[in-house]
Structure formats: C-alpha cells, structure tokens
Design a protein around this ligand. Structure first.
Ligand code: ADP
Ligand code: MG
Length: 229
C-alpha cells in the first residue's frame, strides 16, 4: 500500500499583533493509504491546526504537505478549495449542519460545487445517508435528530463526494458513550470496507482504540507513544 500523506518539516506560526506564536514545530509525518490514525494530545497542543493544514483549510508557515502526490502547500486559494472539495471530507465536533435544511439537503451541499445534476445529487446524498444508517431520516432537520444522528449526517456529508481522506476533529467529543460507539464503528467500517484513510483527533483513549495507530502531539511536536515491547 502506498503513502497518502507525506509531511516534511512542517511548521505553523500564528501572529497575534506583534507577537509570533509557533504552534507546530518541524513536524514529519507519513500516513499510508487506508490507514486509520488517531491523534491525541493536550488542549492547545496544535491538533486542530495540524488537521486543518492536512485538510487544506489553512496554509503552513514552513515545510511541505503532500497528499495523494499533490503538494497542497504550493496551491493558491482557489485551486486549494477545489482540491479540498474533491479530496477531503471533514467531520467536526459540533456537526456544523445547516439548521434550516433537511438531512438530505445538508448532505447534498458539497455536491453543489460539482457539475452533477440535481437528480444525481439527490441520488448520491440518498446513498450516503443509507450508508450511515439514516436512509429513513432524510427529511428530518438537524433539531429533529439526536446528537449521534446529526454526527452521522455530517459523516454522510463528508463522504458524499467520495474523498479518499476523512479528517475528523473530536467527532465524538459531544456525544454520550453509546452514540460515540455508533459513530466510531461507522468510521471503522468506512476505513475497512470503503478504503477511507482517516485522521481522527480525540481525547478519548477508547475512541483511539478504534484506530490502527495513535500519535501524540505535545506542544506542537509529534511524539510516538511509548509501547511496551
Ligand atoms: P488543539 O486542537 O490541540 O486544542 P489548536 O490547534 O486549536 O490546539 O491550537 C494550538 C495553539 O494555537 C493554541 O495555543 C491556540 O491558541 C493557537 N491558535 C489556534 N488558532 C489560532 C489562530 N487562528 N490565531 C492565533 N492563534 C491560534
Ligand atoms: Mg482542537
């Protein structure tokens, strides 16, 4: 299996007025195609910053990020947005669904950027909702769904364009244990049966247990966990 992500000497500096804060320090990271990787670390250690850089939501201050052979750090804003829409699905802690739209319409949103016809968009969103087990909730609005169901709608939205990479930032951070397990089992199915490469930030060691491998970020530096031989 090939590498999907290759990160070299990555750094990120935020400027607050005259003050510069280096949030990520010289990070190297390789992620294989088809890997399910968990990322843990204290609050403020740079986990969200790293995910957003890998997903092309933000630009690095130094170093390189290659995803699927594309140097995304070298893309301008327009091409980067296009790349992101085609190649990455995002799942956030608080779902980020549009409250006035049905589950079906929320899942169709990323497809509005494509040339697909309305009927094809409807069909693909329907398939994605079925895949997350919510085929019978298509007409419900977010407020009519539980937290776990809303997160599964957001996962349907993340996969509707069939991206190779899913980037999940504390996807179970706001869920009860049972809903969290449903979401994690779904992510594992998407990884094992649908070949999605998954990067997941979590504070929960049990959630990390669903991944193949866990890395830790500490004050902007990646550290391998110490594993007993
Ligand atoms: P984590 O997700 O691990 O909690 P973040 O990546 O969100 O950490 O943040 C890492 C550090 O970067 C924090 O100190 C945070 O305050 C700072 N930071 C994050 N985003 C910005 C920003 N847009 N501008 C300035 N500082 C930021
Ligand atoms: Mg965060």
């Amino acid at each position: 299996m090939g590498k999907l992500i290759e990160i070299r000497d990555l750094s990120k500096v935020y400027e607050r007025g005259k003050q510069k804060v280096e949030v990520l320090h010289h990070i190297d990271l390789d992620v294989d195609e088809g890997e399910f990787l968990a990322l843990m670390g204290p609050s403020g250690s740079g986990k969200t910053t790293l995910l957003n850089l890998i997903g092309g939501l933000d630009k690095p201050s130094g170093g390189s990020i290659s995803v699927g052979g594309q140097r995304i750090d070298e893309l301008g804003a327009g091409p980067l947005a296009k790349w992101r829409a085609a190649k990455v699905g995002f799942v956030f802690q608080f779902y980020n669904l549009m409250p006035m739209l049905s589950a079906q319409r929320n899942v169709e949103l990323p497809l509005l950027l494509t040339k697909l016809s309305a009927s094809e968009r409807r069909k693909r969103a329907g398939i994605a909702l079925q895949l997350v087990g919510l085929g019978d909730r298509a007409t419900h609005k977010p407020a009519e769904l539980s937290g776990g169901q809303q997160q599964r709608v957001s996962i349907a939205r993340a996969i509707v364009s069939d991206p190779a990479l899913l980037v999940c930032d504390e996807p179970t951070g706001d869920l009860d244990r049972q809903s969290a397990e449903g979401v994690l089992a779904l992510l594992r199915t998407l990884n094992r049966d649908h070949g999605k490469t998954i990067l997941m930030v979590t504070h929960d060691p049990k959630a990390a247990g669903y991944a193949d491998h866990t890395l830790h970020l500490d004050k902007g530096t990646l550290v391998e966990p110490v594993v007993a031989a």
